[in-house]
Design a protein around this ligand. Sequence first.
Ligand code: HEC
Length: 139
Amino acid sequence: MMLNFTYNLRSLTLRTTMAAAAVALVGIFGQPTAASAQELDIEKIFFCPAGDMSEDACLAARDTTLITCTACHVFTPFVKAQKTEAEWDTFLDAHRQRVQETSDADYAEIGKFLKSHFNPENPVPQLPPELENYSLPPA
Ligand code: HEC
């Protein structure tokens, strides 16, 4: 679950966030099995650089996406999506109201990140059962 960041301060913040998320997952699902821990390779799913984003821009967008887009549900629905750019645009227009505190600039970076990772050209990541069997909150 450890991510690499250029700046120590950001690294510390995100490590804390990820650690909190891991603790929360354990709290919800019980002790993770060794197998499921091995299956989840964050660096592989959220790889950088990607598309026409530089490595730094990609890492920043990854940070923003993970923090913004896991406030209400796990990341499963978007990492499993293989949307075209047009499909992501339609989705992003509809979901904009969910993240009203996010700036337009940040939302655009999230869009670039999603399009360059979760599209028909890239394989669908396999996730541990706890994340595969997710459920979405009611609309
Ligand atoms: C304020 C809560 C909230 C936040 C924050 C949020 N979502 Fe959602 N999301 C929902 C709810 C509720 C649903 C299920 C109902 C629906 O489809 O709108 C959902 C469903 C989804 C789906 C499946 C439905 C579809 O149309 O494909 C995807 C993918 C998704 N969200 C991605 C994201 C991404 C990417 C972000 C970050 C930009 C995000 N979510 C942030 C509440 C949220």
